[in-house]
Ligand binder design. Structure first.
Ligand code: GUN
Length: 285
């Protein structure tokens, strides 16, 4: 029987703390933080994420403006919108929901966001700062994962951490944060030979590949800590499921995160925290 880290409960607690903090801002600073979210197109997954961000903003007391634009928007138009938000002193955070349509260069769009308003931590300057261990906005999902591990009392220093997946959004930055916590980190991916042999070494296993129930019980060491970043539809039941075969892995793990209610809510929670941090940095400048 594993201990279950509820991202839902932890994020609810952290959001309540942030709400109390934000409630003091109108008196202290004359306004609350303002997050602008840009959603291009109608992808149901993206619509659902953006709705979740608006709901969390309301809970915390952050002003949220969601700007919806059609799939047909040109890159120049999107860059123009970002330039307007960059120049608006009343906007503290800008988030462009990814993925963008194929005709738009994602890298160019992310780089166009004012670094000090980059609440995702995706701007090249924030990424560079992360890898140089300088102060920066941390990407939300990796930040949330480290918070979950620490809250659950998981010791990270000196332990074997294995990350499956090497995306810019999760795999790469979470590996760096685990390294900063003094774990011995191994990154694995689609070209890794004998993946199970590597994952069985993991004291802490982070899975972020987007393949339903990919991690099976035989890939996990008895007593491991398993962090499941996946949000997939189970092809058999149509229900949400993670990258980990939860029913099979849970009995072997010491600690595990569920899907839904695990990493997902923590990502949004950290977005709220990043928005507050960007707001405070702006006020102090
Ligand atoms: N799409 C999937 N995850 C994310 C995220 O963390 N931020 C943004 N902007 N888009 C995403």
């Amino acid at each position: 029987m594993a201990a279950i880290i509820s991202g839902k409960e932890l994020s609810a607690r952290l959001k309540a703390e942030m709400a109390a903090q934000v409630a003091t801002f109108p008196t202290k600073y004359g306004r609350v933080p303002h997050l602008a979210v840009i959603l291009v197109g109608e992808d149901p997954g993206s619509v659902s994420y953006v709705t979740g961000k608006a709901k969390a903003s309301a809970e915390v007391g952050i002003r949220n403006t969601t700007l919806r634009r059609p799939e047909s928007i040109t890159e120049a138009e999107l860059l123009g919108l970002i330039a307007e938000l960059n120049a608006d002193p009343g906007v503290d955070g800008i988030l462009v929901q990814l993925p963008l349509p194929r005709h738009i260069d994602e890298e160019r769009v992310i780089a166009a966001i004012d670094r000090t308003k980059d609440v995702d931590g995706f701007h090249p300057m924030n990424v560079a700062s992360l890898w140089q261990k300088q102060a920066c906005t941390l990407p939300c999902t990796p930040k949330g994962i480290i918070k979950m591990l620490k809250t659950a009392g998981v010791e990270i220093a000196g332990r074997e951490a294995v990350v499956i997946g090497r995306s810019n959004i999760v795999g790469l930055p979470v590996a760096k944060l685990l390294l900063d916590e003094n774990a011995t980190v191994t990154m694995t991916h689609s070209r890794t030979r004998d993946l199970g042999e590597v994952t069985r070494r993991a004291d802490i296993l982070v899975v972020a590949i987007g393949r339903p129930k990919f991690v099976t019980a035989d890939m996990v060491r008895e007593g491991a800590v398993v962090i499941d970043v996946g949000v997939n539809r189970d092809p058999e039941t149509g229900r949400l499921c993670g990258d980990v075969d939860y029913a099979a892995v849970e009995p072997k793990a010491a600690v595990i995160t569920p899907v839904p209610g695990g990493v997902g809510p923590m990502t949004i929670c950290c977005l709220m925290e990043n928005t507050i941090e960007c707001f405070l940095a702006r006020i102090e400048r």
